[in-house]
Design a binder for this molecule. Sequence first.
Ligand SMILES: Cc1cc2nc3c(=O)[nH]c(=O)nc-3n(C[C@H](O)[C@H](O)[C@H](O)COP(=O)(O)O)c2cc1C
Length: 168
Amino acid sequence: MYTDVLRFITKRRSIRRFTGDSVDRQLLVTALKAAMAAPSAMNTQPWQFLVVTEAEAVKAICAAHPYAGFGERAGAVILPFGKKEGYAWFDQDMAAATENLLLALANLGLGATWCGMPENLQAGVRALAPIPDDNAFFALIPIGIPDEDVVERTQYDDGRVHWETYVG
Ligand SMILES: Cc1cc2nc3c(=O)[nH]c(=O)nc-3n(C[C@H](O)[C@H](O)[C@H](O)COP(=O)(O)O)c2cc1C
């Protein structure tokens, strides 16, 4: 059982090559259910998800991000977003949901990569994928049928584990 749990986690790797085929909508809904199973502070659930599947729009949105151009052959892009201003736990809640989403996608046989959305990229993506003014994108996630093989692995490192007390 422990092996199964670990495999579920290590199946998630960043996938940046896609076949160009479309992605089944029901698989995306299943992954979004996983995302919305995430914990959030006081169960605030600050998340919203913009799901884009139209090929030209997917390509344009990925091209608007300096490190997401690889998504030009993705079948979808999901943009988790929400109202960040005034909510101290926004990043932590959104990260929990985003990781749940990625774990589910990988175990559904889909490839995806978490691309960060810093302040300087917000306007460019917003121009192509409008969201309310007081909301911010948390991530940009190209999703597709994988066209590359990646090795499943943990990056476990004993040196980063401090049992009972930290000894420098
Ligand atoms: C906050 C965050 C931002 C990231 N931004 C990008 C990105 O803009 N482009 C990209 O190709 N990968 C991005 N990545 C993916 C990392 O490069 C990747 O997770 C890391 O190299 C480890 O590889 P793995 O995901 O296969 O385990 C990002 C990951 C995180 C968590």
